[in-house]
Structure formats: C-alpha cells, structure tokens
Design a protein around this ligand. Structure first.
Ligand SMILES: [Zn+2]
Length: 630
C-alpha cells in the first residue's frame, strides 16, 4: 500500500529536498563559455593498475554540476564505470571545495563555486579492474586501453559537442600509443599532449598503448589515411606477413567500394593481441577497439582466415556512428539512449561485417558460407524464445541484461538483433537482386544511405525507420515498411531467406569446416539432443523443449557418464550415432550439486550439424554477395 501525503507535508518535502539537492541542468546547445577543460591522465602505474586524473576546469561563480559519462554509445547502455572512480577532490584557489553527489543521479556531482574563482581543479583516480570479475582488464605489464569516458568529468547544461577539452596522457617510458586523436606535442617524460577536441569526440577517441607496438599503413592510394595500430603481449606476435597486410588493405578498399565515402579525416584500427588484456570490439567514428587472440598473425591459416571483427567495427564508422538512429542522437553522454533501431545499427553492420570479411579475403568464401550456415540454423531451429519475444524487443537487452550470462539463452534471447538482423538484411539483399535481375542490390542502399556527405564526420546524420524505408524504396520499390516490421516484430520467419540466395540449410552428421576450425564441435549437440556441453560435461545451454530439456536436464548440471562410460564429447557422439534409428534410449548420468540421477533420452535421429548446400537449378546469389567488388 502507498502512504498518502497530505498536501502540507508534500510541499514541505519538496522544499527540503530542494535545499539539499541542486537540479542537474539539461544539456543545451550553447558553448561552455568559461573555456577549455584540461584533462591530464597519468597511465604509468601498471603494477597497481591505477590511472590518476587531474582536470583543470574554468568556471564561473555559482552552481556547477559535473557529470561522469553514463550512457556509452557503443554499449547502448548506462554502463559508465562510476564504481571505479575514487579519491575525488576539488580545489579552488588552492583550497578544498566541497562536492555532493546527486542522490537521484549518481553520475552527477554538485559544487558551489565561490565568488572570485575562475578555475577549479579535480583530482581523482580511475581504479581499473585488477581481476576480470570486476570488469574488463585494461592495464597489463605490456599494454593499456584508455577509454576517455572513464577519465573525464564535464559540465552539465551544455551539449557535449560544445565543451572543449585539452587532453594529455603520461605513458610508461618507451611505450607508443595509437588513437584517432591528433598529437599536439610530445614531452620528454613520454607525456603526449593531444589537439583540443569536444567532449563527445574525446569520449569517442580511445587509446591503445603498449610496450610492443606496431603501426601499419593500410591507406588505399590517394585516400584518407587508414592505420592498423597493433599492441601485443610479446613482440613476436607483431610479426606480419605480406598476405596478412594485403587482406587488411583489401578490407579498406572493399569498404570504400561499398559505401563510396569516408566519414573520417583518418581512421585508426586499434588492435590488441593478448591473453592478459580482455578482448574488446567497440566502434568509434574514426577508430575502433579490437581485441583478438595472441596468434592473430602468428597462427594465421589462410584457409580458416579470421573472423568478422575488424570488418564489423569499421562498418560502424558509417552505420551507427555517422548515420545514427535518431533515438541515439543525444546531446550528451548522460542522456538516455533508446535502442529501437539497433537491428539496423548492429543488424546491418553484422551483415556487412560478414560480407566484407568475405570480399576482403579475411574470411575465405567457403568459411564465410559455413559461418552463415550456423547463423541460419540458430534462427531456424535454436531460438524458441522468438515465440514469446520479437527481434525488436531484444534491442532492449543492452539495458536489461548488460551481457550477463543467461541460464536459458535460447529461450530468454540476448541481443538477437545482431544475427537475426543479419538474416533479415540478407533476405532484403536477395529480394532486391532477384526482382531487379541482379542490376541492384543492398550495396546500392549502403552507398545512398550511409555514403552521403563524403568527408563529413564531426556532426552525425540521424535517421528514422521511415528514412530507412524511403532509401530502400529508392533503390527498388517494394513495401519495405511491411517487409521489415513483419520480420522484426515476429509475424514472418526470416531464417529461410537463405533459400532466395540459391542455398538451403541441411543437417549432416559431420560438422562443417568452420565449426571444426573454431573447435565448436566438441560438446555441441545443439541440433540433436538440444545440449551444448563444456569440456567437463557441464551443460552450458539446454534448448527449451528439446529432447534433453524434456527429460529434465537443465543448464548448469553436469553430464558425468553416457551409457555407463565416463563422459567425453566423443563418447556421447558415439552413443548418439549408435542410437540412430534404434529403440534403446541414451542413458545419461547427470550430476546436480551433490545429487546424481540417470535420465533416459529417447532420441534416435543421429548427429546433426548445420551445412549450406546449393539448391540445384537456381542462381547462386550468395556467391555474388560474398565476391570482391571490382
Ligand atoms: Zn557492432
């Protein structure tokens, strides 16, 4: 029951809270008049993983509210690491200045600036995670990842684009750094001062720095500079062969052929190869953060290629950054983002990331097809959650669950706008190609929608659902509003759109080459029993309503034995094969906490792994989509 306040008490309560708490001013499109803010980051304390920050903030007397960035664009969620900000203290004319955190907005700090004060200093630390349980590890003995949003306070009341920062970083001696920021000066103590930038561009311009660093030029002839900045745990992992660089250069060439424009003055891939620093994939307008395995170059296998990480993140310079959903075009980093168009922002980026990986050769044709087979299988046969949630509803997941692990992922769903979006856009591409006899394709949409205003990058160009529909319609007239909304809202299935590319999904008793190369086969009984098992037999996922689920097996249990033999992936695979077409159930001994029990799985359809095969007598559109543009 809710207590009812009598009017007199309600008024009194308002007066009291008003006295204790200033209001956080709304961001307005006016410059921060007192002047540019200096932020100096000391990133040399690698052993204790502490970044020390000093800011000098020009001010005017009166009330001032400083904000720590909360809504991070590439995270699509309120995940600014405020829990790791510590030691906060302000000074005015050398004397301590009191601050108060806003109880209704823990990212806001209120101060009263005395008369006669024109500048204050803020000193604090960013305590980066010392263990992955605390968050992404970003400082190691060999590298660091500085994200400016974690080391900046900025004034409320102004659009982030109207606040100027003078950033500088003191790096460990001998280290080098890659970033989209332009260097203004380098000091003797390895302090690097960067050119002034607005608060929004600063937050969008992270740094990868390392003891072992290599910068590789990927610039296509006569175009704006594109660089690959690599840091690694050990210098031997920085060694590259000409073929690796050729494929990365081809990625840039293919991206430019696709979009026909660039929304940067220069672009920096930031790439870490590490077992110590946590992997990352985060887009920015003029750079991207990419975390890969140590052996990215060293263990490169031309047949297996790489994944779509770099193509995906670079695509975001066009899709997500320059062209940005209207409900994400917010004035500052503390205004809530709405994620309703992530099936374009991420879904079409997932599509182009895969296409560009194939076109550049980073992921060869056959492997690209195998990878797609797994995506198609997922959305045809391993997302029972689509019966209760739409793809559109999953755009809320960054805010709902922040990528925390889930017990029944296939039924709860998790950010499915990425790969479901990929298939919806594949269907759109196939439709355009088919109905125009191959004269037009989704490439034309990419060029006309994302490729506008070559060279512009400082002010994003927002779009709405209707803008997307209109641009598609200009490429090829169709009822695109219905086409898209039917699929994102769950009225029409989309996984079988693969068939309009001349290929279909089938299941075989042997996994495809990509699944084998990724070591995805071990413990993978997703499309047979409905189980995905870890090395030790631990159940990582149980498909809702699958044969395993319906015998009472749940995620988190451990399969200890199969038909009385100790569990190994191979033993279970042999048992599934032996039970094919027979009568006898597969007996699993399952451990749950300290309890053991045997379940009988009445499953007789054998092993099943997804593969794409050609539909005879149809045009092969998929190969056309994946082929390099001339
Ligand atoms: Zn993305």
């Amino acid at each position: 029951m809710k207590p009812r306040l009598r009017p007199a008490i309600a008024v009194l309560a308002l007066v009291i809270s008003g006295a204790l708490q200033a209001k956080v001013p709304e961001p307005r499109d006016v410059p921060y008049a007192p002047g540019a803010i200096t932020v100096e980051v000391d990133a040399t304390n690698l052993a204790q993983r502490i970044m020390r920050i000093k800011q000098t903030i020009p001010v005017a007397p009166g009330k001032l509210t400083l904000l720590y960035p909360q809504w991070l664009p590439g995270n699509h969620a309120p995940r600014g690491p405020i829990d790791k900000l510590a030691g906060l203290g302000f000074k005015a004319n050398g004397r301590a200045l009191a601050w108060k955190r806003d109880p209704g907005d823990v990212y806001a700090f209120h101060l009263d600036i005395p008369d006669g004060v024109s500048s204050i200093t803020a000193d604090y630390q960013y305590l980066t995670p010392t263990d992955s349980a605390q968050g992404r590890v970003v400082m190691t003995p060999s590298m660091l990842n500085l994200q400016w949003n974690a080391v900046m306070l900025y004034p409320a009341g102004h659009a982030a684009s109207r606040i100027t920062f003078n950033p500088s970083v003191k790096y460990p001696v001998g280290w080098q750094a890659g970033t989209a920021l332009d260097v203004a000066a380098k000091g003797a103590d390895n302090t690097v001062r960067y050119q002034p930038v607005s608060a929004d561009i600063l937050a969008d311009s992270p740094v990868y720095a390392g003891r072992y660093f290599k910068q590789i030029d990927l610039t296509p002839a006569g175009k704006r500079p594109v660089r690959l900045n690599v840091v690694a745990d050990d210098p031997k992992y920085l060694e590259t062969k000409d073929a690796h660089i050729a494929q990365h250069k081809a990625l840039v060439v293919q991206a430019l052929r696709l979009f026909g424009s660039e929304h940067y003055d220069h672009y920096d891939f930031l790439l870490s190869l590490s077992e110590q620093m946590a992997g990352n994939g985060l887009e920015h307008q003029r750079s991207s953060e990419n975390g890969q395995e140590l052996g990215y170059f060293k263990d490169w296998n031309a047949k297996d290629g790489s994944d779509d990480l770099l193509p995906h993140e670079m695509t975001h310079s066009w899709n997500g950054k320059y062209r940005r959903p209207a409900d994400q075009a917010v004035p500052n980093l503390n205004t809530p983002l709405q994620d309703s168009l992530l099936w374009v922002y991420e879904g079409q980026t997932q599509y182009w990331g895969n296409v560009l990986a194939a076109r550049s050769g980073l992921r060869p044709m056959e492997r690209s097809r195998d990878t797609l087979a797994m995506v198609v299988a997922t959305y045809r046969d391993n997302r029972p959650g689509l019966a209760w949630r739409s793809v559109l509803d999953t755009t809320n997941d960054p805010i709902i669950s922040a990528r925390r692990p889930k017990p029944y992922r296939n039924y709860q769903l998790s950010e499915d706008y990425y790969s479901a979006g990929q298939l919806i856009w594949l269907g759109a591409d196939a439709l355009i190609r088919k109905e125009t006899g191959g004269k037009k394709s989704l490439d034309d949409f990419a060029r006309t929608f994302f490729g506008i205003n070559d060279g512009q990058w400082e002010v994003p160009a927002p779009y709405t659902f209707d803008d997307v529909v209109a641009a598609l319609d200009a490429v090829h007239p169709h009822d695109w509003a219905t086409y898209l909304s039917d699929r994102i809202e769950g009225r029409v299935p989309f996984a079988d759109s693969i068939e309009s590319t001349g290929w279909r999904l089938v299941y075989k008793d042997e996994a495809n080459a990509a699944a084998k190369a990724d070591k995805r086969v071990e413990g993978d009984f997703t499309y047979s029993l409905g189980l995905s098992l870890g090395k030790d037999g631990k159940v990582n996922d149980t498909r809702w309503d699958s044969p395993a689920f319906n015998t009472g097996i749940g995620t988190g249990m451990t399969v200890v034995a199969v038909n009385d033999a100790e569990y190994r992936s191979e033993v279970l695979a042999d048992a599934v094969k032996a039970a094919k077409g027979g009568q006898a159930p597969i007996r699993l001994l399952v451990k749950d906490f300290n309890r053991y029990r045997t379940v009988a799985l009445d499953y007789h359809d054998g092993l099943r792994y997804p593969v794409l095969e050609r539909i005879p007598g149809t045009p092969d559109t998929l190969t056309a989509i994946f082929s390099a543009r001339k």
